[in-house]
Design a binder for this molecule. Structure first.
Ligand SMILES: [Zn+2]
Length: 242
């Protein structure tokens, strides 16, 4: 289903509000974007300085990946946000929605020397062979660093950014948010299990691959999840739609 720019604004605002509710955000940093043009170069992104918990659909900025003047508008995006999301929307046009967070557990995993997520339960298996680990952190996401990162995704939904955080890319806002939610949950479970110091129950590659496939074939899950989240916001804080 192709969504209008107005629908995309509302859905991305919902993603921001729920990221704050679930404590996936970090202060006024981190950034979410969604492409609105066919080539992906026109996209919506959050303004610098606005807390995720207060973002409304109309607050989101419509910017262009090739236009430096996008940083001249009032409440322009954070410069690292514009560099990173601009490079990604330019170089990965299939990645329509891009969510970047420093969420607690995914970032903790990104701080380990071995940042792989082993298939120890269903949520982790959902991401089996679907995570790219960036071992090349080279400072804040500006210029060359943003360009470098933008070429790493290789068609996968999760980029675990070593020494940094998490980036999720998906064809829709609902899919991206569902991946963000489940990846963070999987990291929380893994690190909690790891903290016991006891041996992990790691599934075979075959079982992990099969379970991943079952997740991907599950009908309409991400949309149902996201619709449920929107329904709760509609009841409890409908101002996000404004
Ligand atoms: Zn970051």
């Amino acid at each position: 289903m192709n969504q209008s720019v107005e629908q995309l604004r509302v859905r991305l605002a919902c993603a921001f509000r729920w990221a704050a509710r679930l404590d996936l955000h970090e202060s006024i940093a981190n950034h979410f974007s969604v492409a609105v043009s066919g080539d992906g170069r026109d996209f919506l992104i959050n303004p610098y300085g606005k807390h995720f918990s207060r973002i409304r659909a109309s607050d989101l900025l419509l910017v262009n990946a090739d236009d430096p003047a996008s940083l001249d508008c009032p409440d322009a995006p954070d410069i690292t946000a514009m560099a990173l999301h601009g490079a990604l929307h330019r170089n990965q046009p299939h990645a329509r929605c891009i969510l970047h967070t420093h969420s607690k557990y995914a970032t903790a995993l990104a701080c380990l020397a071995d940042s792989r997520l082993p298939p120890i339960e269903q949520n982790a298996m959902r991401f089996f062979e679907r995570v790219v680990i960036d071992d090349g952190f080279d400072g804040m996401g500006l210029g060359d660093e943003a360009e470098r990162v933008s070429h790493l995704l290789a068609g996968k939904p999760i980029l675990l950014m070593g020494n940094h955080g998490l980036l999720v890319a998906a064809p829709t806002v609902a899919q991206a948010f569902d991946d963000l939610y489940y990846f963070e949950r999987a990291c929380e479970t893994y690190l909690t299990a790891l903290a016991t110091g006891r041996p992990l129950r790691i599934a075979s590659d075959d079982i992990a691959r099969k379970t991943c496939r079952q997740w991907l074939d599950y009908p309409g899950f991400a949309d149902k999840h996201f619709n449920a989240l929107m329904g709760m916001l509609d009841e409890e804080e409908p101002g996000y739609r404004l």
